[in-house]
Design a protein around this ligand. Sequence first.
Ligand SMILES: [Zn+2]
Length: 219
Amino acid sequence: MRIILIGPPGVGKGTEAELLKEHYQIPHISTGQIFRSLTQTDKPVGKIIHNFISRGEFVPDDVTNDVVAYRLMEKDCEKGFLFDGYPRTVFQAEALDNMLKEKGQKLDVVVFINGKDDEIVERLSGRRVCPVCGATYHLLNKKPKVEGLCDFDGAKIIQREDDMPETVLKRLTIYRNQTEPVIEYYKEKGLLVEVDGAGTIMGTHQSVLKVIGELSDID
Ligand SMILES: [Zn+2]
């Protein structure tokens, strides 16, 4: 099974990725994770990536595509894969198509987990983090034992700049503008399925499995 998972921040994409990985027994490939581990090596590509990330810029398409091409050569990808965070542009999507074509493979499905902006803002703005140990909390479903204080060290927990409502809305706008063409690209190919990420984790997961099943029936 070859799957791409797309969705804005705050819809539970990471959790869904882990569940799909288990369900289909395929590797979960996150370009963000590969980038972070490459920056910790001496490889020249690690230095290049570090330069972009440290400036708060996206890693360019050609570098990203190369990294993905190498990852796809690994043995565990023979059974399939789940991409998360890639492709982020139409250029990357086309490059992936070509990589797969060379292997005589093709994508099975692109799962778009969507959510309403106000629900996403509500979810993300409830997140809190401990500045001392990095433990994460949520005001709705993962409260600390003592209000406002970290369970592990008693430090005052804080809201990250990234999780403040204005920042979340800004991130969502950037995300939607950037991803729209990629979503259209896969819609035209008949590969896109959309699922509402507003429900529970398992509810979303069941919906995802259902739409994947339906798409396979159409083929
Ligand atoms: Zn702490």
